[in-house]
Design a protein around this ligand. Structure first.
Ligand code: AMP
Ligand code: ZN
Length: 468
């Protein structure tokens, strides 16, 4: 399995630190509003990476933070006259709803920056002790030049950075020893959330959050660190400087970055007015369509969002779900149980598509080619099955399709889920009717369910149901 490593700028064979395990950290969103479809790209991409590791039987420890203390959160809180915590809690809840709609597997842990301040303080103390940080008037800075490898991820040269950096010095930062130094801890300002520290009340800088949360939940060394490509510099470069100086070892083996999502071939931005939240998209499309759209391109390429491309993604997705539906329908009415020899041969032939799918995913998660392999399997299903197919053959094909679509996070069974909740609602209504001794209504519901092919069985544990 090969992964493109931003650090070496080439594809490298994946070798885990510990056999059969993957420790992965993905920088999460700053929660001051609904997430936009650009934020959704790393979520979908790295969830798919995780799912493929799981498909390959790796045990994945997936950590992704929420940045819940930040200037933008404080600004929004002041505008609304509420606390920063209220803003961040609200948008974490909304973000989780969107993630659920996009079928993002819940992370092993979603740490919140505000709950990890003690750990950040002790990491900053370690950096001061080791000579990598210093305090001036309540602010703690990282001594960038002291870290010899600074620039190794973004492939930037310190002196080039220095000449660019001087003009970018903001007021109050003239106390820095060097213009390249960045903030680890900043002193409290009026009306801002603050925590007690050895340097007075204040709050942490953004970069130290991820260094600390990654260490706490995954250990000093991890397999994969990921995020959007805008995070390479300075965020990930600074994380490396902090973690490697504090822990004395290589931080992450592989660094993965997704390309940017543009809208109508232009950078997505609020000022240009070409800006969509995931929530807005969900009003028009099932979010599975957004997910499928994102995976139609290679994760490192820029991706253009447009109405036409979303429609194309939708029809592709419908094609896959329809094939799954066809199999389900044929399975219900199959006349024979066991797979015939000719069917076994055909089924064996369809393994070719699984092979193609895996080769594509093994090549730095090429989901575009992996989707092409799924379409080949769909075509095979549509042409190589009919009313005379055995149940076993159909089931095998169905399982094969589901195993691949699950890696992509696409649920081909979704209609059934909707159907199931309908059925359960009717069963509950029937129970209530029986309690009120309205047996006529109870029988009516039983008949209604029977007409849908649902058979009820009253047991001591309650009502059980199955499809006839
Ligand atoms: P932020 O809340 O800005 O820190 O962003 C959270 C994540 O979304 C980071 O990994 C960003 O790199 C990523 N991101 C933000 N905008 C885009 C975009 N337009 N396309 C792709 N990824 C993005
Ligand atoms: Zn981060």
């Amino acid at each position: 399995m090969k992964i493109y490593n931003t650090m070496s700028k080439r594809k490298e064979e994946f070798v885990p630190l510990e056999e059969g395990k993957v420790k992965m950290y993905v920088c999460g969103p700053t929660v001051y509003n609904y997430i936009h479809i650009g934020n959704a790209r790393p979520m979908i991409v790295f969830d798919t990476v995780r799912r493929y590791f799981e498909y390959k039987n790796y045990d994945v420890n997936y950590v992704s933070n929420f940045t819940d203390v930040d200037d933008k959160i404080i600004k929004k809180a002041n505008e609304e006259g509420v606390t920063a915590e209220e803003i961040s809690q609200r948008y974490i809840a909304e973000c989780k709803k969107d993630m659920d709609g996009m079928n993002i597997e819940p992370a092993t842990k979603n740490p919140l920056a505000t709950e990890e301040i003690d750990g950040m303080i002790s990491m900053i103390e370690t950096l001061i002790e080791k000579g990598y940080a210093y305090e001036k008037n309540g602010t703690v800075y990282y001594r960038t030049r002291k870290f010899k490898d600074y620039g190794k991820l973004s492939h930037k040269n310190l002196d080039d950075l220095q000449s660019g950096g001087r003009t970018l010095l903001v007021s109050g930062e003239d106390e820095k020893e060097d213009s390249l130094d960045f903030v680890l801890w900043k002193p409290k300002k009026e009306g801002e959330p603050a925590w007690v520290s050895p340097w007075g009340e204040g709050r942490p800088g953004w970069h130290i959050e991820c260094s600390e949360m990654s260490k706490k939940y995954l250990g000093e060394q991890i397999d994969i660190h990921a995020g959007g490509e805008d995070l390479i510099f300075p965020h990930h470069e600074n994380e490396i400087a902090q973690s490697e100086a504090a822990n004395g070892k290589e931080f992450s083996r592989y660094w993965m970055h997704n390309g940017f999502l543009n809208i109508d071939n232009r950078k997505m931005s609020k000022s240009l007015g070409n800006f969509f939240t995931v929530r807005e998209i969900s009003e028009k499309y099932d979010l599975q369509v957004l997910r499928f759209f994102m995976l139609s391109a290679h994760y490192r390429s820029p991706l253009n969002f447009s109405a036409e491309l979303m429609e194309a993604a939708k029809s592709g997705l419908v094609r896959i779900i329809t094939a799954a539906d066809r199999l389900k329908f044929l399975m219900r009415s199959a006349k024979t149980e066991d797979m015939a020899e000719t069917e076994a041969e055909k089924f064996a032939k369809s393994a070719e598509y699984v092979g193609n799918f895996e080769s594509a995913m093994d090549d730095d998660f090429n989901t575009a080619d992996a989707i092409a392999a799924v379409f080949d399997l769909v075509k095979f299903i549509n042409t190589m099955t009919d009313e005379d197919s055995s149940k076993e053959y159909l089931e095998n094909l169905f399982d094969r399709l589901v195993r691949l679509t699950e890696v992509l996070g696409i649920i081909v069974d979704k209609e059934d889920e909707i159907l199931d909740s309908d059925i359960e609602a009717l069963i509950a209504e029937r129970q209530a009717a029986r309690k009120e001794k309205n047996f006529a209504r109870a029988d009516e519901i039983r008949d209604e369910l029977l007409a849908k092919g649902i058979v009820l069985k009253d047991t001591r544990e309650g009502v059980q149901w199955k499809r006839a």
